[in-house]
Ligand binder design. Sequence first.
Ligand code: HEC
Ligand code: HEC
Ligand code: HEC
Ligand code: HEC
Ligand code: HEC
Ligand code: HEC
Length: 498
Amino acid sequence: MSKRKFPDLFYNPVSMTGAIIASVTFGAILVLMIIDTIWNALPPYYGIVTYILLPSVLIVGLIIIPLGALIERGHWRKAAAAGVPPLPRIDLNERRQRTAFFFFSTGTLLFMLFTAIGGYHAFEFTESVTFCGNICHKVMKPEYTTYLHSTHARVACVECHVGPGASWWVKSKLSGTYQVYAVLTNRFPRPIPTPIKNLRPAREACEQCHWPQSFVGERRITRAFYLEDSANSRWNIDLLIKIGRSTSGEASRPPVHWHVTHDVQFLAADSASQNIPWVRLVEANGDTETFTTSDNPFTPDSVAKLKVKTMDCMDCHNRPTHIIHTPGQAVNDAMASDSISPSLPWIKLTAVNALTPRYSDTQNAVDSIEIANDSFYKTKYPQLAVKDRSKINRAVSAVQKIYRENFFPYMKVDWRAYSNDLGHQDYPGCFRCHDGNHRTADGKVIPNSCKTCHLILSQGTAPDTLADLSGIPFKHPPAGIGDAWQGAMCTDCHDGTQ
Ligand code: HEC
Ligand code: HEC
Ligand code: HEC
Ligand code: HEC
Ligand code: HEC
Ligand code: HEC
């Protein structure tokens, strides 16, 4: 008995088990933390184990130790009803008590230190891109993959999705905990619906790095399109969009970022804000102008009861980082960079057609894409299929790459799942309001002429390109539709497969 270092109360099977659990996990955490510091490239699950799972086990172990002592005291009480003091007497003159006191105080200090370090690491870890994008890698694959290919690939997920401060932290960890539960129990919607709740407000999220006062000048957008004919005829468009304050003194055309320096409010008839029948402009002096469509369901009474949305960055830049390309767009870009050779007859149409079906999984898609392209050339162009083998193989790989980066069958995500509100060709975008059908009671219309937002500097197929620095009227690429594009929404005919 005298060899014992701690009060006898702790020498019971329950406390011993607790002590073993605590010391083993503590040792394991220590080793893993050392490995983590020295060797940085460990798999993502490892962080969950080190900073979340093991510490929870450690705490359970630590709770079991005094619990065992309490149970033991109960036993002693029953055995010798009068002999046991209600609480242990602390007497530092006694050697065993001294050791126990020393052990517990340094132990507690050390534990608090490690909790602080571990807690910080746990916090850092749950805020990291690895945690958000990789842990639920099947669920977050669309967002993570598109993110990695975007201009914002170095901006942490939390910079846009979680704000600073305790309330955001609690909010995000609570909904995060639910999300982990939803994933574990397979109870999540596919695709994840937008707009997502709890997205950090645009003024906070985006304006950390971009602020409206700094928007100046114009942005030039040059695009190459390939038509779906045998020659894959190329058609170029060169646009100039006025972004912000003029640098040339030209004040006549307001810039696109006019909306965030003014108070533009709206109500949508659907949850994804694709149908906007009611728009109100509030001037600095309080004057208002309300633009509505002919089928607007909102009456002044119902407006007063609803939460009117004020336009912000995300109402145009709703896909600043998770950009999912349409098959048409993606194939155009691959052809412009020659990873799909435009010299292969009908390749634009064949490639787009191979991307359009809804495949059951990525492997099935990749195989079908190869078969579709191969068999097309083997049956229609047998000589070329032999002679240009390497070009065909390269095109097949490029189309498969497009699939891997923009199609996520597990989450049912592709260009059809989310609209991109910047532009108007494949999704309604700007034309949700600028369609010529939004007017005030006295007939003023939200401007929709093609010159409102951009100047077309040049368009066409070299050498027949039309060009003029003061802007030229739009000419629809030759598609046998004549002037039918005029007065129509581009999306009446375009769905991402052109
Ligand atoms: C530059 C800001 C930004 C960054 C960085 C960012 N997101 Fe997003 N994210 C958004 C916006 C904006 C939306 C769309 C919100 C909407 O339409 O309601 C969104 C939507 C989502 C959605 C909802 C589904 C969808 O595709 O619309 C998920 C899930 C998501 N993001 C996860 C992530 C993950 C994981 C990361 C990091 C790997 C990340 N995000 C990084 C801005 C960002
Ligand atoms: C942590 C900083 C940071 C945050 C937050 C951020 N961005 Fe960016 N953004 C950048 C950087 C850096 C670039 C790249 C600039 C360049 O390439 O010239 C960029 C580029 C852009 C571009 C132009 C790139 C393109 O591909 O057209 C847009 C548009 C943009 N950001 C919008 C947004 C929006 C909308 C948000 C809020 C949801 C946001 N950003 C949040 C840093 C940030
Ligand atoms: C009315 C729609 C709209 C709103 C609202 C809007 N933008 Fe833009 N923004 C555009 C368009 C259009 C462009 C032109 C570029 C393009 O089409 O890719 C652009 C370009 C940009 C660029 C690239 C600038 C450059 O010089 O290349 C950044 C950065 C940007 N926006 C950030 C923001 C931020 C931050 C906000 C919110 C404060 C915001 N935008 C609000 C429509 C909008
Ligand atoms: C929610 C509705 C809404 C959406 C979406 C929207 N706008 Fe606007 N926009 C307005 C309103 C309202 C005005 C002011 C009309 C007026 O007072 O004449 C305006 C004005 C403008 C102006 C100034 C026009 C002028 O000559 O006075 C430009 C440029 C513009 N928008 C570009 C865009 C672009 C580009 C997009 C898409 C990226 C876009 N807008 C999306 C509502 C919208
Ligand atoms: C409310 C603003 C606005 C109006 C009005 C507008 N556009 Fe655009 N347009 C844009 C924006 C913004 C983009 C750039 C989208 C992007 O960055 O991809 C664009 C892009 C384009 C493109 C390039 C194709 C593409 O998808 O990138 C063409 C072509 C075009 N517009 C034609 C027209 C024609 C024709 C009209 C008149 C019927 C028109 N636009 C009216 C805002 C507008
Ligand atoms: C009446 C139907 C119709 C309308 C409306 C229409 N288009 Fe098209 N568009 C077509 C067809 C058909 C093609 C040819 C597809 C092909 O051969 O690749 C095409 C092709 C294009 C192309 C080149 C192909 C590509 O890769 O995108 C561009 C750019 C284009 N349209 C822009 C626009 C814009 C911008 C608008 C709206 C102002 C518009 N179109 C409205 C039917 C239409």
